[in-house]
Design a protein. Structure first.
Length: 93
């Protein structure tokens, strides 16, 4: 892709060790999806960030998808959503 191109990626994200209850929920959810559908994997932050390679991350970086539109008043208040669906945008140098 040419310099100046943008890349947007979103993924199911496994919450960090600082959120043990949410992390346990996602691990159970992943096992359920893999067992029934054969796919569905929550990724660690480092896994998702690696997909951007050496592209320059755009603010706010890799964050909850809800935080990309944080100015909207009708945000979903559920921690399962807030902590499990992440995305980012990067620009090729």
């Amino acid at each position: 892709m040419p310099s100046g191109s943008y890349l947007a990626i979103s993924s199911l994200r496994r919450p960090g060790l600082d959120l043990p209850e949410q992390r346990a929920i996602t691990i159970r959810g992943e096992a359920l999806l893999v067992g029934t559908l054969g796919s569905g994997r929550w990724r660690e932050d480092s896994d998702i960030l690696s997909w951007f390679g050496d592209w320059e991350m755009i603010e706010p970086g890799l964050v909850s998808l809800l935080d990309w539109r944080s100015d909207e008043p009708d945000r979903v208040p559920f921690p399962e959503i807030q902590n499990s669906f992440f995305g980012g945008v990067a620009r090729k140098k």
